[in-house]
Design a protein around this ligand. Structure first.
Ligand SMILES: Nc1nc2c(ncn2[C@@H]2O[C@H](COP(=O)(O)OP(=O)(O)OP(=O)(O)O)[C@@H](O)[C@H]2O)c(=O)[nH]1
Ligand SMILES: [Mg+2]
Length: 182
């Protein structure tokens, strides 16, 4: 799998010479944000991930492409920081644990509260329904309904079902991110 990601990144690099994209990765705690960043930067999956405190910043340079990633903590005490890290980025990636249905209401509330910030008007949104390797995960259709993604009309919105563990659909996600580079 690392070889697959290396070749994908080469393809990505070749398409977008000297381009860069800055993204902020937000969402409730334990949804898989840091796992996402680890997998797309190194191809490495690990069960053992420490909850993020405040944020991690990762800058990946492969060939002529630079991806700057703000991986922001999801615990309640850190959520007021989300807007600050999303301000000025090329895309907001909102990660949802697609199995933890009890948290969908909270995930919807936090997402819409964030998008209501005037500083973030128009910033493209990518919603990832993570952990689709597990039984009982919500489909993209369910996520659109539960998170009321169809009510968002002031920006481009995409939603994919994926898994950091099995790396399912991460090729599509990387293509989407590549499309935000400039
Ligand atoms: N089964 C499965 N588990 C996952 C997947 N992605 C992440 N996890 C697990 O979910 C837990 C939380 O992952 P993290 O990446 O730390 O979540 P986070 O969103 O960064 O959490 P905070 O930093 O606290 O906001 C870890 O135990 C991961 O191993 C996945 O695709 N499938
Ligand atoms: Mg984290």
């Amino acid at each position: 799998m690392p070889g697959f990601f290396a070749s994908l990144f080469q393809w990505f690099s070749g398409l977008f010479f000297s381009k860069q994209a800055e993204i902020a990765v937000v969402g409730l705690q334990a949804s898989g944000k840091t796992s996402f960043v680890n997998v797309i930067t190194s191809g490495q999956w690990s069960e053992e991930v420490v909850p993020t405190v405040a944020f991690n910043f990762r800058k990946i340079r492969k060939g002529n492409v630079t991806l700057k990633i703000w991986d922001v903590a999801g615990q309640p005490k850190f959520r007021t920081m989300w807007e600050r890290y999303c301000n000025g980025v090329d895309a907001i990636v909102y990660v949802v644990d697609a199995v933890d249905q009890d948290k969908f209401k909270s995930a919807k509330f936090e997402l819409h509260q964030l998008l209501a910030q005037p500083t973030l008007t128009g910033v493209p949104l990518l919603v990832l329904g993570n952990k689709n390797d597990l039984d009982g995960h919500a489909s993209v259709k369910d996520l659109i309904t539960y998170l009321q993604l169809d009510k968002i009309s002031d920006r481009p919105v995409s939603c994919y079902s994926c898994s950091m563990k099995s790396q399912h659909n991460l090729d599509i996600v990387l293509q989407w991110l590549a499309g935000r580079s400039h």
